[in-house]
Design a protein around this ligand. Structure first.
Ligand SMILES: [Fe+2]
Length: 147
């Protein structure tokens, strides 16, 4: 393969830039699966709900962001760095929505677990008890304010 001064190739999930002196591999962002099987949260969240929000929504945000940032300064950065850079000091660039939605979905999946739930403990329990009197009272008020 003849080398030009600078050449770029894209195959699969990685873009490789070849120059005279170095090779830089920039990995694309990948769709991270939830840390449990897609049916593990039933009956609270169905497998079809996870297939929709992870398999379609989350995947589309990853695919769209990878297309959006290909060949830009954002390519190869971590998701967190892309969120911060695309926030652009309060004037979000088009990449911000996709990057933030990837972060939001990942945070959501990782906040859940099969057979989870129960009363909070530690500092969260202390704060709830201080503000609402008890966890049971907090639940009553929380449910009453849901729309
Ligand atoms: Fe979603």
């Amino acid at each position: 393969m003849a080398l030009a001064n600078r050449m770029s190739m894209k195959s699969g999930l990685a873009r490789t830039t070849v120059s005279r002196r170095c090779v830089v591999v920039r990995a694309a962002l990948e769709l991270k699966p939830p840390p449990y099987a897609l049916d593990a949260l039933e009956p609270h969240l169905s497998k079809s709900t996870l297939e929709f929000h992870w398999g379609k929504h989350h995947r589309a945000y990853v695919d769209n962001l990878n297309k959006q940032i290909a060949g830009t300064d954002l390519e190869g950065k971590t998701l967190e760095d892309i969120v911060l850079a695309s926030w652009n000091g309060g004037s979000p660039t088009p990449a911000f929505n996709n990057a933030a939605q990837i972060w939001n979905h990942t945070f959501y999946w990782e906040s859940l677990k099969p057979n989870g739930g129960g009363a909070p403990t530690g500092k969260l329990a202390d704060a709830i008890n201080a503000s609402f009197g008890s966890y049971d009272e907090f639940k009553v008020i929380f449910r009453a304010t849901q729309h």
